[in-house]
Ligand binder design. Structure first.
Ligand SMILES: Cc1ncc(COP(=O)(O)O)c(C=O)c1O
Length: 386
């Protein structure tokens, strides 16, 4: 669906719109999870819980909140160009050099930069499974870079060989999300190493590890320990999930200096704002909050899996901070109807039509209390209880 603004209603605006790049005219904007304020207003509710965007169930770390407050007085200053303190701190945490770190306004920015830095519009393409995180396809389409996709297996596992068989010298990038969104499926890094080796060296393999903190042990699933060996591999990480900073927008890529240098040169100078940088530095120091998040998510995942299974739902095994599930066999309601009925009860989850999975739903792991409210509401919606 093409997004148009109200300005397009006059004939003159419609005419001017035709002058925009064709990729912009055809562009469909990213569909985010609904906001709490939107649902409160729409349904006249005083309380709403949001389990739709895989945010941190514990909120933001108190250490981070204090640092943001302390730094607020510096908001009139530009941040230091290139965020060198943050690059250094992330590098120290991961055991790599600062030259390998590219911080961004969310990992979304790094995805966009990688496409723009590497892929030649109109002649090169990227590889990804289908469905995949929509920012890969959206930002590529905007750049005029075509997608070559292979459907995931029915159990959401990755058909790597099939994907690799689509590669040509014009394959600029390949995206792998591990653990995957929206299924939560994850593979050990060894499987990704084999995939990398089956592709031309000129192809940059982007391994999006937004959720890897929840896949234990992380060293088994992360490509970081293998990065030295592969100069064409990029690992993406974010502060939005395990560090609870989704609203401040902070993510980063880890890559070999030949590529990091290119991204650092072309990025907008201050895309990581001053408060996000301070928050990131503080978050890296707060090991207690990080560990507590991992624990709460692991327990919540079990609570939700058990509760959904007891309601007759089919739950996909997940190593992320969310679960994909399907409604009980013979359920009279569609996934969309269940989603709407939950909204009316003040619970926001995620329908998956935009991932081409109209019969599936995704719920983020919340606190034990939020998970219980969701399960209760779902039980009522499914008619097991009034
Ligand atoms: C797979 C995946 N990659 C990247 C992101 C974006 O993260 P960020 O908030 O750092 O832009 C998300 C966000 O939901 C995601 O699911």
């Amino acid at each position: 669906m093409t997004q148009t603004s109200s300005a397009s209603s006059s004939p003159e605006s419609a005419c001017l719109q035709q002058t925009l790049r064709p990729q912009v005219q055809a562009f469909s904007a990213y569909v985010p999870g609904l906001s709490i304020a939107e649902i409160m207003e729409r349904h006249g509710l005083a309380q709403v819980i949001k389990l739709a965007s895989n945010e941190n169930p514990l909120g933001a770390s108190p250490v981070v909140m204090r640092r943001v407050r302390e730094s607020a007085g510096s908001a009139f200053r530009y941040p230091q160009a290139g965020t060198p303190r943050l690059r250094k701190a992330i590098a120290a945490k991961l055991g790599v050099t600062p030259e390998m770190i590219v911080p961004g306004n969310g990992s979304d920015e790094i995805i966009d930069l990688l496409i723009r830095v590497r892929a030649r519009p109109e002649s090169e393409h990227f590889l990804a499974f289908s469905p995949c995180f929509s920012i890969y396809t959206l930002q590529s389409a905007l750049q005029g870079v075509a997608a070559r996709q292979v459907p995931l297996n029915p159990d959401f596992s990755f058909p790597f060989e099939q994907l690799a068989s689509l590669a040509t010298p014009q394959t600029a990038l390949a995206f792998v999300t591990n653990p995957d969104n929206p299924s939560g499926h994850a593979v050990p890094a060894q499987a990704i190493c084999q995939f990398v080796e089956s592709l031309p060296h000129s192809c940059i393999v982007v391994v999006d590890e937004a959720y890897v903190d929840f896949a234990l042990p992380v060293e088994t699933y992360s490509m970081l320990p293998h990065l030295q060996k592969y100069p064409n591999v990029v690992v993406l990480r974010t502060f939005s999930k395990c560090y609870g900073l989704a609203g401040l927008r902070l993510g980063y890529g880890v890559m070999h200096p030949w590529l990091a240098d290119a991204l650092m040169r072309v990025r907008l100078p201050f895309s990581v704002n001053l408060l996000a940088e301070e928050a990131g530095l503080a978050a890296l120091e707060d090991d207690v909050f990080y560990a507590e998040t991992v624990r709460v998510v692991a327990e919540g995942r079990e609570q939700l899996t058990a509760g959904l299974t007891a309601l007759g739902c089919n739950v996909q095994p997940s190593l992320a901070n969310f679960l994909l599930f399907r409604l009980p066999a013979g359920c009279a309601l569609t996934a969309r109807q269940v989603f709407e009925a939950l909204l009316a009860r003040g619970v926001i989850i995620r329908p998956l039509e935009s991932y081409n999975l109209p019969d599936a739903l995704r719920v983020s792991v919340g606190t034990a209390e939020e998970n219980a409210v969701f399960l209760d509401a779902l039980e009522a919606v499914l008619g097991n209880r009034s």
